[in-house]
Design a binder for this molecule. Structure first.
Ligand SMILES: Cc1cc2nc3c(=O)[nH]c(=O)nc-3n(C[C@H](O)[C@H](O)[C@H](O)COP(=O)(O)OP(=O)(O)OC[C@H]3O[C@@H](n4cnc5c(N)ncnc54)[C@H](O)[C@@H]3O)c2cc1C
Length: 315
């Protein structure tokens, strides 16, 4: 069974989900002894193509057309690639871009679409796992079709590394007629200077911090660790930090090497955004806080005592 995965990039960089798509695609291809094809559309496709020659990739298709994401180019190019590769599974990212073109492609190709998959298996047919009701319930979807389109949630599969020996080839694609959509420019939202999804170490603060003035304490800890500051939702709802710092289901999905949760209870909607972190450390006064169920290391204690001690140790 051939799998075709479509990489994602923004402003000149491949996004992490591109490397995760390779792991997810390889998992499916292995289940059936099939090939994994990866495609990259627009931008510096020569450089991206080299980067996507990863362990387990059999073929890379590069589609040179424009610099940034464009709905019409992506939808048309994916449809053309699908006709060429004839995959049983078409994998796309559940990113802003993926969510834009995946439904259009599935509709045009008359494929069932499973969106936001967090896991799947293949045993004669695809079974995908999705989360519902704010990640409170897991559902399994059995796909009753020979071919299927799937978008995967970022941070759910490990990123694939290691150079492979894929065949890299240019795929010629020209849109039919005038493009209906155009990119007019790229505007960062206010406070968009920090991308918490890029951070290797996150110090994340929750309601346990009590007052806005107390944020200074966790900022000091983040500085001492060379970390980036993120937070749970109540901190953003209170206006103490901007929305781009929020981790979780309605915030960002992060996968740092270290995630230090300070005064965060570990509600499912928060955990949905950080459970893919390599090492999770939690500081919480409540030994029964759910965050301890997923933490690798935990300190049951008052953050106002523990954090100053940590700052002193690291400085
Ligand atoms: C549709 C929907 C989407 C949502 N999306 C998100 C999301 O994206 N991200 C998100 O975070 N939440 C989200 N939420 C909210 C989520 O349900 C929780 O309310 C939220 O995560 C709780 O944040 P918290 O852990 O900071 O606060 P709390 O749950 O109030 O926990 C505070 C913790 O701090 C501890 N504490 C208190 N004082 C101290 C101290 N001195 N020292 C150490 N520990 C202390 C307490 O024991 C407690 O465990 C969403 C909710 C809904 C309904």
């Amino acid at each position: 069974m051939t799998v075709l995965a479509i990489a994602d990039h923004r402003r000149g960089d491949l996004r992490d989900v591109s490397y995760e798509l390779v792991s997810a695609g390889r998992q499916l291809a292995d289940a059936t002894g099939g090939d994994l094809h990866v495609a990259v559309i627009s931008g510096d496709v020569d450089e991206f193509g080299e980067k996507l020659n990863l362990d387990g990739v059999d073929a890379v298709h590069t589609v040179a057309n424009g610099e940034e994401f464009n709905h019409d180019v992506y939808a048309g190019a994916v449809e053309a690639l699908y006709a060429e590769v004839e995959p049983a599974v078409l994998l796309m990212p559940n990113s802003v871009n993926g969510l834009d073109y995946a439904p259009a492609v599935a509709n045009a190709l008359d494929l069932p679409l499973v969106s936001d998959a967090v896991d799947f298996s293949y045993d004669g047919g695809l079974t995908a796992t999705r989360e519902m009701y704010g990640s409170k319930v897991e559902t399994t979807v059995d796909v009753d079709a020979e071919r299927v389109a799937v978008t995967i949630r970022g941070g759910e599969w490990p990123a694939t590394a290691g150079t492979g020996d894929a065949e890299i080839s240019a795929f010629d694609y020209e849109p039919d007629g005038e493009l209906g959509s155009r990119v007019l420019g790229f505007e960062e939202v206010a406070g968009g200077d920090v991308d918490i999804t890029d951070a290797d170490v996150l110090v994340s603060v929750g309601r346990g911090i009590e007052e806005e003035e107390n944020l200074e304490l966790v900022e000091e800890l983040a500085d001492a660790l060379g970390a980036t500051l993120s937070s749970s939702r109540p901190i953003v709802d209170a206006g103490w930090l901007p929305p781009n710092r929020q981790v979780g289901q309605s915030g960002k999905v992060v996968t740092p090497d270290i995630y230090l949760a300070v005064g965060i209870s570990g509600a499912v909607q928060h955990v949905a955004g950080m459970k893919g972190s390599d090492t999770i450390i939690a500081i919480n006064t409540d030994p029964n806080a759910p965050i301890f169920d997923i933490a690798d290391y935990g300190i049951v204690g008052d953050l106002f005592e523990v954090v100053p001690e940590l700052i002193e140790q690291f400085n």
